[in-house]
Design a protein around this ligand. Structure first.
Ligand code: SD4
Length: 325
């Protein structure tokens, strides 16, 4: 199922219609997956991104290089309206990017409210490697990126602009589950030395308030890696992920003995129990891996899927979910 078909299926599902054949494999509790050797795993249907990440891993590059280059694929893809170039704007028409990256030594870097620079994950890596800080925001992040040789460009694509103009007619801010404002890429990778790194990059929720920052660039919320245990990444309504520090929670649950699937399920259940919102109205999905190469994924609603590339193949898998309709 390509992204357009996936979105169509979600839309039909939203209106209670069936889409017919669904080629996505489904992932249940009984099918805990484990991969020996290097692999890359990412939120949503992003086979090109995980393939590029895996190519780096198979050439003996670090997991960190794999993450950066894999995430760049989606950032540069103008047709992905939730990441990098072509991302949908905030409600003033401005595209602002959030991203973070974390390596196997616990180093991390992050950019928030970054404008006019496509490869936000690469800027986050530079923040990690070249500054005494973890996060840079707004103008400071942009100026730093330019000083590091990144070029500026208009991130608002014609298509995103058209959608924004359409949205402005009603200015109705109600994200639809799995549609239009989801496709944040969160990626985890294990390299040939068994080291884990992760990254997360997004243009955030479409038509968000000016200045809004979600979970994706927040270490612990959108992403967390502890090389002794594993890593986790989030997608969905960032406000709800931040409240439970979701990715950190999952890694800590794994440290206490849960496998990645159990840890993802517990994190989703915390969100559903603690929120004051109606869980029918928002989506959150997590993926996680541990040091043994086991993986897990769970979401509030159906149609959250993820992609894995390993030596054998690239697979897109539908995650298990909390809310049975
Ligand atoms: C955010 N978590 O900004 C992001 C949005 C997202 O797929 O994941 N979209 O809240």
């Amino acid at each position: 199922m390509n992204r357009k078909e996936f979105l169509a299926s979600s839309l039909l599902d939203y209106f209670g219609l069936s889409f017919g054949s669904n080629k996505i494999t489904s992932f249940s509790k009984s099918q805990r997956k484990k991969i020996n050797g290097p692999f890359a795993i990412a939120t949503w249907n992003v086979p090109k991104a995980t393939q590029v990440a895996f190519d780096f891993l198979s050439k003996k590059h670090t997991a960190l290089d794999a993450i950066e280059n894999g995430c760049n694929v989606e950032e540069l893809d103008i047709s992905n309206s939730s990441v990098g170039l072509g991302g949908l704007p905030d409600r003033t028409g401005s595209v602002t990017l959030d991203a973070c990256i974390m390596d196997h030594k616990g180093n991390c870097g992050s950019v928030v409210y970054l404008k006019d620079i496509t490869q936000a994950i690469s800027v986050a890596r530079k923040v990690m490697e070249k500054t005494p800080h973890v996060m840079l925001a707004g103008d400071g992040a942009k100026e730093f990126a330019i000083s590091e040789g990144f070029k500026t460009e208009e991130l608002l694509s014609d298509n995103a602009k058209k959608k924004y103009e359409e949205w402005k007619k009603t200015s109705n801010y109600k994200p639809i589950i799995n549609i239009e404002n989801h496709d944040t890429i969160g990626m985890l990778a294990i390299d040939i030395n068994g080291n884990i790194s992760g990254g997360c990059t997004t243009s955030g929720l479409a038509y968000k308030m000016k200045g809004r920052v979600g979970d994706s660039p927040i270490i612990g919320a959108g992403l967390f890696v502890d090389n002794a245990v594993g890593g986790a990444v989030a997608t969905g309504l960032g406000e709800e992920v931040v409240k439970t520090v979701g990715s950190f929670l999952i890694v800590e649950l794994m440290r206490q003995g849960m496998n990645p699937q159990e840890a993802c399920e517990e994190a989703i259940s915390r969100i559903t129990q603690n929120t004051s919102k109606d869980i029918k109205d928002f989506q959150v999905g997590f993926i996680a891996i541990n040091k043994k190469g086991e993986m897990g994924a769970h979401a509030i609603h159906k149609h959250f899927n993820f992609t894995i590339t390993s030596e054998d193949k690239t697979e897109n898998i539908e995650a298990s979910y909390h809310l049975k309709h």
